[in-house]
Design a binder for this molecule. Sequence first.
Ligand SMILES: Nc1ncnc2c1ncn2[C@@H]1O[C@H](COP(=O)(O)OP(=O)(O)O)[C@@H](O)[C@H]1O
Ligand SMILES: C[C@@](O)(CCOP(=O)(O)O)CC(=O)O
Ligand SMILES: [Mg+2]
Length: 389
Amino acid sequence: MEVKARAPGKIILSGEHAVVHGSTAVASSIDLYTYVSLRFPTPSDNDDALRLQLKDVGLEFSWPIGRIKEALSEKDIPNSSVPTSCSIESLRSLAALVDELKIPEAKIGLGAGVLAFLWLYSSIQGYKPATVVITSELPLGSGLGSSAALCVALSAALLSFSDSVNLDLSHQGWLTFGESELELLNKWAFEGEKIIHGKPSGIDNTVATYGNMIKFKSGSLTRIKTNMTLKMLITNTKVGRNTKALVAGVSERTLRHPEAMASVFSAVDSISTELATIIQSPAPDDLSLTEKESKIEELMEMNQGLLQCMGVSHASIETVLRTTLKYKLASKLTGAGGGGCVLTLLPTCILFVIPFIFSFLSLQFMMNALIWFNEFEFFKTLPKLNYLA
Ligand SMILES: Nc1ncnc2c1ncn2[C@@H]1O[C@H](COP(=O)(O)OP(=O)(O)O)[C@@H](O)[C@H]1O
Ligand SMILES: C[C@@](O)(CCOP(=O)(O)O)CC(=O)O
Ligand SMILES: [Mg+2]
């Protein structure tokens, strides 16, 4: 029997980094997915290994299941219904297994993803041989939440075989999780994100788990019902970076300048709260669509300025900001910054310039600009499961 699970990537409309320090942030899932397929061998296969194929980076790893058991046994006892953090001791033992893989230096960031995989797999499924294949439509390490999509899709595939989960009936060939299953899934995915991000806020795994648009503060989510269509251009600068290092950099700056950074985080909190209010305000109210869009543009610019204060912008991001400003369009980085992706709001009134801006940015960033629409069918993106045989 093989199961395939998928979970979406995300954009953060406002509040990245500050959300790690307790500020409000607003995020939405996007219709680009990570897929995890999980297959257990039959007895006649006579296979006693755990195999991991990372299709996006062309790497394959395998471990005799006894090695994983040896590394972990008695350190943390797995129980799929109780999400558990990987202890320092277990992390050390698993890291020794990952070190043996000799991951090429250029792809070293993958080690954290493999560690998260080993922890989630052994905690939820125990010590069973299996083959896990991961593919993604998301660019890795670009601010679109590939780490969270991986942790959510992997936890979904693993939990689907556990007794703690009942699945809701099918929806276009995919099954969905019920509300309490989503909570368990989200908690497990958070444990994986902790291994990849170091100190995650939980916003990425939460939006990948629940889909649609959310407001998030100090670990709790509020679902947002939008009353306007937002059109965003997502430009990938293709400058690689690592979320864990950027998050740690902001924490170090906070230690050096606690009062100044507290004011920055508080300003971001107000920006996200105002943004959520505008997005949710009833359609024909005292603010016209154009007025709402202008306010959102201003809030995005203010948020970008504060992200610069946190030290997470980058020359490549500034190039996108300057380019879009030529067309009077507001942009901000999304995700951890330091490169990665930039969001540009495309207000309804300027849709005719899209082809120009699109080709301009595509040329500069090697054809990697996409347009994201938050219309219903594009972003109704809960994690889903599909049994293949
Ligand atoms: N499809 C995938 N295959 C292998 N590793 C992945 C995949 N998706 C995510 N990862 C892991 O997540 C890391 C990227 O996470 P991160 O730095 O948080 O950036 P982002 O979440 O914005 O993409 C990768 O270096 C890798 O360890
Ligand atoms: C910077 C941060 O706010 C978002 C990181 O997103 P991403 O991994 O760059 O997609 C970190 C977090 O909230 O855990
Ligand atoms: Mg991430």
